[in-house]
Each structure stands twice: as structure tokens, then as C-alpha cells.
Design a protein around this ligand. Structure first.
Ligand SMILES: *Cc1c(COP(=O)(O)O)cnc(C)c1O
Length: 390
């Protein structure tokens, strides 16, 4: 029996190496990676430029404390801010930590305005992480049950429902911020309407609330733009990042702008590992390679290919509810729970995921080629059809 704590229902496969969009298991069987370690391996596996940059940095300096200057952090913060007009970046190691920082910023911001119990509006079906505060912000009972008492100060509204949000705005004077994923990942690849995002920005401005966007899954080029909110042409006050930022190296970031900038001063927040020189090298290299290799345009093009190919191959198949998503964040909703497809695909050498019970989720690496995308579609569609029409 394994001594690893039993927190995941793991699939019966162990990978030993990867290259590009491919992974190999212990028996030498190869798999096409349609998941990227859940939106993590932005540059695929073993990208030569990342290997070189990381190897060089390991040879120089991996860790030094945040009590010293860390030039890599400054470079990565500059780069991230230049991509979306944010002003400051706090570095941590994961998505939940980035959201913890955002939640603390919102509370501190509220207190600075004389609100003693500041509240944050969050969405149904949201996922923000598994620490106590972030699981309390999460809109999935399965994630919360057994961990009560939950952290207070969250007010939940349905996704894409402006009237519900206005209602809370009207009734709850404690609200100081809205925390939302522009495209819900775990919730089933559900996007906020562009118009909703624009209205949300306006309401936040009007009420002096912070607009806090959780781009942990949808950020870093995945949707064909650097960040998903850029499709709506709005700017957040706070944005959280993690998953794809380090292409496999753990790193998270909480960025602030405008009224959220400067809320934290020395002593308000911290992290031992956060933003160490090695993690920042991974972040900076990931962003540079996305630029050098034109991966934003590629994610957009390949995303359209996936959408068209799935639409045509699955058209008229009863039980396919919707094919949706943006860029390389793709959801295929079926009419029934379809978790068993993950294992069937695995046997065929395809790595996919199912979330929200009945949504097939694809998050391929941004470096996946058109041929590989076609292989994924051609391999997956017969499995879906056989599953729906046995
Ligand atoms: C994965 C995820 C998180 C949590 O990230 P961890 O690194 O697992 O803590 C938070 N928000 C969103 C939108 C995510 O997809």
C-alpha cells in the first residue's frame, strides 16, 4: 500500500518523460497530452529553451529569501505588468495562494475604508482553490463539505446574472470586491459574457469595489490572448495567475492596479518560497517563448480548428449538448456523466479530462501542432460517439 495520502483517485499510469505534446509511461507507451497537467505545461514538455534557462539558473542560484532584492522577480513583474497594465505583482507558489493574497487585499482595502466586515461577491460553480479561504470562495459543495466552519465574508451569485449582482449591491453594504473567473475551468468551461464583464467593470467603478479576476487557469495565452479578460477589453484591479505561468515550475502571482495597488505594505503578506530566482526564470522564459514563437496567435488558430473539427465530427450526435470555450480551453458538454471517457482515452494514448461530471475538458499545451490536434480530435470523437450510442 502506498504511503501517499489518498487525496486523488489516480489513473493507473505513471509518466517517466515528455517531449513537446507527448508523454511516455514506464512501459514506453506514448500519450498525446490534451491536458498539460491541467493547464500547466504551457510550452509542452522538455522545451529546449526552458531547459537551458532553468539549468543555467540552477547552476547560479535557486533560492534566496524575500528579505533580499530578487532581480528575477522585478523582471517578471515588469513583464507581467507590461502585458496588461497592472502595477504590482506579489509572487507565491500556487493558484490558491494567489487567491489568498487577493482575498486579503480585498479585506485590507475594505478596512481602509472603514468597513469592519468586508465581503466579496463570488460565483456559483466557481473554483478558487482548497485552502480554507479559497474553498469558502469556491462554489462547489463537494469541495467544502467536512471543512466547516467556512471562512465568512463571501456572498454568492449565479454566473452571468447581472440582476442578482445588482441585488447584492443594493442589499449588502459590506461588499468591497468581486472575485470571478472570466472562464470557469473546474466549473465546466463556462465563460462570462463579454457584456457582463463590461457591466461588472462599470459596477465596480461606480461602487468603488475591486474587480478581482482569477485567471489561474484561463490566463497566460491559453485563450489566444495573454489574459482572458482582454477579450472584453476591460482591466481588472486584481488578477491572479499560477498554473501556466511557470510551464511546470510552481509559481503563482497576484497582480494589482489602480485602487488595489499599494494596499499591502511591508509585513502585510509574505512567502518563503514565493518568487524565488528559479521560479521567476521559469515565468519569464515562458512569457518570452510565448512571444518568440507566436503562441498567442497559434492558440487562437488551433482553438478555432478544434472547435470546427469537433463541431463537424460530433454534429448530429445525440447526447452532445455543447462544444464551447476559447482558444485552447475547450469544453464538450455531454448529456450524461462521462468520467469513464478519461480511462477509455488513456487506453488509446490520449490524455483528456472530465470536469463538472459531464464536461470533457481539453487544455492542450500551446505548442501543440495542427497535426497533433487532428490526432486528438480523430482519436477522441469515435470514443465519444461509442460512449453515447453504445
Ligand atoms: C487550479 C485553480 C486554482 C487553484 O490553484 P492551485 O495551484 O491548485 O492552488 C484556483 N483558481 C482556478 C481558476 C483554478 O483553475
Amino acid at each position: 500500500m502506498s504511503h501517499v495520502m489518498n487525496t486523488y483517485a489516480r489513473l493507473p499510469v505513471a509518466f517517466v518523460r515528455g517531449e513537446g505534446a507527448w508523454l511516455w509511461d514506464e512501459q514506453g507507451k506514448r500519450y498525446l497530452d490534451g491536458l498539460s497537467g491541467i493547464a500547466v505545461n504551457t510550452l509542452g514538455h522538455a522545451h529546449p529553451i526552458l531547459i537551458k534557462a532553468m539549468s543555467e539558473q540552477i547552476g547560479k542560484l535557486m533560492h534566496c529569501s524575500n528579505v533580499y532584492q530578487v532581480p528575477g522577480q522585478e523582471q517578471l513583474a515588469d513583464k507581467l505588468c507590461s502585458l496588461t497594465k497592472m502595477q504590482e505583482a506579489f509572487f507565491c507558489n500556487s493558484g490558491c495562494e494567489a487567491n489568498e493574497a487577493a482575498i486579503k487585499i480585498a479585506r485590507m482595502y475594505g478596512h481602509q475604508q472603514g468597513k469592519e466586515s468586508p465581503a466579496i461577491i463570488v460565483m456559483e460553480k466557481a473554483f478558487h482553490g482548497r485552502t480554507l479561504a479559497t474553498l469558502s470562495a469556491t462554489g462547489n459543495r463537494k469541495v467544502q463539505v467536512g471543512f466547516e466552519p467556512l471562512v465568512k465574508g463571501f456572498s454568492r451569485v449565479p454566473y452571468n446574472d447581472l440582476a442578482a449582482l445588482q441585488q447584492v449591491a443594493h442589499n449588502n453594504n459590506d461588499v468591497v470586491a468581486v472575485l470571478v473567473e472570466p472562464i470557469q475551468g473546474e466549473g465546466g468551461i463556462r465563460a462570462l459574457d463579454i457584456d457582463y464583464l463590461k457591466q461588472l467593470r462599470a459596477i465596480c467603478d461606480e461602487r468603488n469595489w475591486l474587480l478581482m479576476l482569477d485567471e489561474v487557469q484561463c490566463g497566460i495565452g491559453r485563450t489566444g490572448k495573454w489574459f482572458a479578460h482582454q477579450h472584453a477589453g476591460i482591466l481588472p484591479d486584481v488578477m491572479t495567475l499560477a498554473k501556466g505561468l511557470g510551464s511546470g515550475m510552481p509559481i503563482g502571482a497576484c497582480l494589482t492596479a489602480g485602487k488595489a495597488a499599494g494596499v499591502f505594505g511591508p509585513g502585510n503578506h509574505g512567502s518563503t518560497f514565493g518568487g524565488n530566482p528559479l521560479a521567476c526564470t521559469a515565468g519569464l522564459t515562458t512569457l518570452n517563448v510565448i512571444e518568440q514563437e507566436g503562441l498567442l496567435a497559434h492558440a487562437d488558430t488551433l482553438g478555432k480548428y478544434f472547435h470546427d473539427a469537433f463541431s463537424s465530427q460530433l454534429s448530429g450526435v445525440s447526447g452532445v449538448v455543447e462544444i464551447r470555450g476559447q482558444g485552447l480551453m475547450i469544453g464538450i458538454e455531454l448529456s450524461k456523466p462521462c468520467g469513464e471517457l478519461v480511462k477509455l482515452a488513456l487506453e488509446q494514448g490520449l490524455l483528456i479530462n472530465v470536469t463538472a461530471d459531464s464536461v470533457i475538458r481539453l487544455l492542450p499545451p500551446l505548442i501543440m501542432s495542427q497535426t497533433e490536434a487532428q490526432q486528438l480530435v480523430d482519436g477522441l470523437c469515435p470514443l465519444i460517439k461509442a460512449f453515447l450510442q453504445p
